[in-house]
Design a protein around this ligand. Structure first.
Ligand code: GDP
Length: 140
């Protein structure tokens, strides 16, 4: 098993409902260690840059709108197979398809307001971590 790092966000729909601690607890109880964490209110420009890969998708405007509508917690999680482990803990993108016990099953409101983001591959994890954190902010 490889020790990996992944990038995570607790989205504005979740911070608005005061779920930062509840979601963080799920990460920690699943064996993931939070080695960097900060609260940011991203601008539209930052949201557009972060989600640039989706810019041609029909939901892009809605995504940028919801991600810049309130505070987000950006985090780096570390642990065994952290990237795929975090995707499991998060559950499917659409909460209607999410497995029992996953964060999205427990907390998401809709596909657009689905409470968390997690990197989907090693390359994107690296890219997303460096979009939000400098090296000195990550303390493993
Ligand atoms: P994820 O990796 O599970 O977050 O899913 P994707 O990378 O496919 O999509 C990124 C984010 O875009 C999702 O987490 C959703 O918040 C949003 N999204 C994806 N599909 C839709 C959709 O059909 N409608 C809306 N409103 N948002 C969507």
């Amino acid at each position: 098993m490889a020790i990996e790092r992944t990038f995570s966000m607790i989205k504005p729909d979740a911070t608005r409902r005061n779920l930062t601690g509840a979601i963080t607890k799920i990460f920690e109880e699943s064996g993931l260690r939070i080695i960097a964490s900060k609260r940011v209110w991203m601008s539209r420009r930052e949201a557009e840059g972060f989600y640039a890969v989706h810019k041609e998708r029909p939901f892009f405007g809605e995504l940028v709108e919801s991600m810049s509508a309130g505070p987000t917690i950006v985090q780096v999680l570390e642990g065994e197979n952290a990237i795929s482990r975090n995707r499991e803990i998060m559950g499917a993108t659409n909460p209607k398809d999410a497995a029992e016990g996953t964060i999205r099953k427990l907390h998401a409101l809709s596909i657009g307001e689905n409470s968390v983001h997690g990197s989907d591959a090693p390359e994107t994890a690296k890219q997303e971590i460096s979009y939000w954190f400098s090296e000195t902010e990550i303390v493993g």
